[in-house]
Ligand binder design. Structure first.
Ligand code: HEM
Length: 220
């Protein structure tokens, strides 16, 4: 793609689609507070959406396909944009001032790598059950609860760190997306920063509430 603006728009649009998924998934996870049965019923329902118009689980597979396309588009655009930025300034800054953007801005690439590694582990853990302490032939709620028991503290720790990484990534990503999609005025910048922060904090809190509830025995 020749235009860097087009690539940035691709990043923003795919990123916003992924935020949509992250919010839907987080809200779905809160079903665990209504009990294990409600959570498993929800997981089952995900496979029946659009039936009988579509065969069993087709809608889920279409969503999965869309997610993979969005993730690949997001990563390819990010890689090309980073390469171009490096080419434009092949010599490293001798002195890189500290004001060069926030912590979140400077950790986008590594944050992204951690999130991809987390998602691969997460699917093997909770979708297929292959790496789950309760095993594969179990209900989704059983797997979630098995993960966050105190004995498996390292699993909880990895989840917590990954969710926080998602929060940082989102905070800067949302702000960049707003800018790409037209937010240019100084007053708007304050609002964009605040919206990005609130959306990221709410998302992180929603995700973290599940391990927290299992660890404290609120859900079992
Ligand atoms: C404590 C936090 C989380 C919990 C309890 C949780 C729970 C689950 C469960 C139970 C499934 C399996 C659903 C099913 O097969 O019916 C799942 C799938 C998935 N989760 Fe999460 N999740 C969490 C955080 C995240 C985060 C932060 C991300 C993304 C960065 C994520 C991305 C995914 C993806 C991509 C799938 C696979 C969907 C599929 O193909 O079926 N999850 N999650």
């Amino acid at each position: 793609m020749r235009s860097s603006i087009a690539l940035k728009i691709l990043m923003a649009v795919t990123g916003l689609l992924l935020v949509g998924f992250l919010y839907a998934h987080m809200i779905g996870n809160l079903k665990i507070f209504f009990g294990a049965d409600a959570f498993d019923h929800y997981a089952h329902w995900l496979r029946t959406i659009a039936e009988p118009l579509l065969p069993h689980a087709w809608f889920l597979w279409i969503m999965r396909f869309g997610l993979v396309v969005a993730v690949v588009g997001h990563i390819v655009a990010a890689t090309i944009l980073t390469r171009r930025a490096r080419k434009a300034r092949p010599v490293k800054y001798a002195h890189r001032p500290k004001v060069q953007g926030s912590y979140a801005a400077r950790t986008m690439r590594w944050g992204g790598v951690i999130i991809v590694l987390f998602v691969i582990y997460h699917i093997l853990d909770l979708t297929t059950g292959t790496l789950n302490p309760a095993g594969g032939d179990t209900e989704p709620s059983t797997r979630v609860i098995a993960d966050f028991k105190a004995e498996q503290w390292y699993v909880t720790l990895f989840y917590v760190l990954s969710i926080v990484a998602v929060g940082f990534h989102l905070r800067h990503g949302l702000w960049s997306a707003f800018r790409t999609l037209g937010q240019q005025r100084p007053r708007g910048e304050h609002i964009a920063r605040a919206v990005a922060l609130v959306l990221s904090v709410v998302l992180v809190a929603g995700y973290l509430s599940v391990p927290f509830a299992v660890l404290t025995g609120l859900v079992d």
